[in-house]
Design a protein around this ligand. Structure first.
Ligand code: TYD
Length: 192
């Protein structure tokens, strides 16, 4: 099973993925996690470009879409291991939500694996901005409002669960477990 976590910056993906992973492992599943952009040279180059003052320009966004897609292709094989549950922090759906230009992004991600389950961590934009106080390119209110809207539209194209990420960490975690449980034959009502 390939579970993808998506959400605007500061929505708590990495913490929640870790908590879900621990719970699944405790329930006897083998779990692998993936983070996009990756920790490779290419991923580091992407993070560098994201810091450029002109990173939101159309030109850089189109170039970034290529780099994100290339970074993703390089880890494709890891998604083929069917003996494990793969949980990914972001996917091509981030490119659709952040880069815009759906024709371009779709062509580049033609071979990207579709999630079996998309978990969308839905956070208020104001909270996102407050949580991510560094000057990353994408962390401004107007931009993130558009990304959030894109996500809510995009989610409909996949098997998905929208989780209210404005709650405390433990509440969000139990909401995620309750959402995931039925897909794995686990008991949702047993989760506190
Ligand atoms: P992320 O690692 O989630 O953020 P952080 O720097 O807080 O750890 O992602 C880095 C940024 O990359 C984030 O702002 C979203 C953006 N991004 C895209 O724009 N397109 C993509 O395809 C992906 C995977 C990420």
């Amino acid at each position: 099973m390939y579970i993808v976590f998506e959400g605007i910056d500061g929505s708590g993906k990495s913490t929640q993925i870790q908590m879900l992973k621990e719970w699944l492992v405790a329930n006897g599943f083998r779990v692998e996690t993936i983070v996009e952009p990756t920790d490779t040279k290419l991923g580091k180059l992407i993070r560098e470009i994201l810091q450029r003052p002109d990173a939101t320009s159309e030109k850089i966004q189109n170039a970034l879409a290529l780099l994100f897609a290339a970074d993703r292709i390089m880890i494709m094989d890891e998604l083929e291991d069917e003996s494990k549950i793969i949980i990914s922090d972001r996917s091509f759906i981030s490119s659709l939500a952040y880069q815009g230009n759906p024709e371009w992004v779709s062509v580049l991600n033609k071979y990207a694996k579709k999630p079996d389950l998309l978990i969308l961590l839905d956070l208020d934009v104001k909270k996102s901005v407050a949580r991510t106080s560094d000057d990353d390119t994408f962390e401004n209110e107007e931009f993130l409002t558009g990304v959030k809207e894109n996500y809510l539209k995009l989610a409909k194209n996949y098997e998905h669960q929208i989780i209210d990420a404005n709650n405390g960490v433990n509440k969000v975690s139990s909401d995620i477990k309750k959402a995931v449980a039925p897909y794995l034959g686990l008991c949702s009502d047993c989760i506190r």
